[in-house]
Design a protein around this ligand. Structure first.
Ligand code: SF4
Length: 327
């Protein structure tokens, strides 16, 4: 249900004033009429229709963060780390356009400036990151860091010996329950024997062993989607950490995927309940330091935007069709 402008005004603190109200007892006829107010778009809560690993991770981290991103769709400022992740992913993907023998570290480094130009063209907002850097020194350092991450990849994998079956693959499937799962897989390798390996690049550092399970959640999510789509349990899940030079692998079995499916269904039920009731609890952790929404978060003295009920069905959960994240 759409919410009318009047309802929004009431939620915001009372009905809108008449446009031609008299001032201090003056004759209304001689008071210049205020211009018609610009209609404020009514906030509409959108019921999520699908789940991606990132958004599932958001809800597990903090339900209110999930709400801000998926329901309210509050804008977020680009960050240097996230944008560098996007850039590095683009370079690693494009390198496979070259013949195998030419997939060298110098060639990969040389792709960085051009891919940065393309990124700025497709997402002009990332240019703001360096708006206060007229001499370009910070930008130059940032580009060098991106090149170093690209170069480190060659110590972990040899792209001249890889022929990915898929790169930046958008996947989507529907579980028996009706829950739609979707996401973007960095790379899919398929061996001549048909065994599937799912690979994801991370520009950060590998987690400590006690946190590895959290990192693998995303990979098991993708493995579940691949299993549903191709009826094949991926042989290996591989996380390549360019920040620390580590590779984390896991060989899943069917029981892992069934477990992750049950977990996602429970998560989806919790999301559905919160969407219907509007009860999105903040869950403060040290990750709040990276949250763009503190000004709307009660934990930081903020007020969330009005939450109109009931919610309206949506076509997507806001999963990025184009990658934008630190990876
Ligand atoms: S600041 Fe912390 S508690 Fe508040 S919405 Fe962000 S992640 Fe959640």
């Amino acid at each position: 249900m759409e919410t009318s402008t009047e309802e929004v005004a009431e939620e915001a603190g009372g009905p809108a004033r008449p446009a031609t109200a008299a001032v201090d007892g003056a004759d209304a006829a001689v008071v210049p009429a205020a211009p018609d107010p610009v209609p404020v778009p009514a906030p509409v809560a959108i019921r999520p229709a699908s789940l991606s690993p990132s958004r599932a991770g958001d809800f597990m981290q903090c339900p209110l963060l999930y709400r801000f991103r998926v329901i309210d769709r509050l804008p977020e400022k680009p960050s240097e780390a996230a944008t560098r992740g996007t850039l590095v992913h683009a370079v690693l993907e494009r390198l496979f356009d070259a013949p195998a023998a030419e997939r060298t570290a110098p060639r990969a480094r040389a792709l960085v400036p051009g891919q940065w130009d393309r990124l700025r063209e497709s997402r002009p907002e990332v240019g703001e990151l360096f708006a206060d850097d007229p001499r370009g020194e910070r930008l130059a350092r940032w580009l060098t860091e991106a090149e170093q991450l690209v170069e480190r990849w060659f110590t972990l994998e040899d792209p001249s010996r890889l022929e990915p079956a898929e790169r930046e693959l958008f996947v989507e499937t529907e579980l028996d329950s009706g829950l739609r799962l979707r996401g973007i897989i960095d790379r899919v390798d398929v061996a001549p024997t048909g065994e599937v390996r799912i690979v994801d690049y991370k520009t950060g550092k590998a987690p400590r062993p006690q946190y590895a399970e959290g990192a693998l959640f995303q990979m098991k999510f993708y493995a579940l989607v691949v299993w549903r789509l191709k009826k094949v349990v991926p042989r290996r899940l591989q996380l390549v950490y360019l920040g620390s030079g580590d590779v984390l692998t896991y060989d899943p079995v069917l029981a892992d995927l069934e477990r992750v499916e049950r977990k996602l269904l429970a998560l989806w039920e919790a999301i559905r309940l919160a969407t219907e009731t509007g009860d999105w609890r903040p869950r403060p952790t040290k990750l709040c330091g990276w949250c763009d929404h503190q000004e709307h978060c009660p934990e930081f003295g903020g007020t969330p935007p009005p939450y109109p009920l009931p919610v309206r069905a949506a076509e997507s959960d806001g999963t990025e069709q184009g990658r934008m994240g630190p990876g």
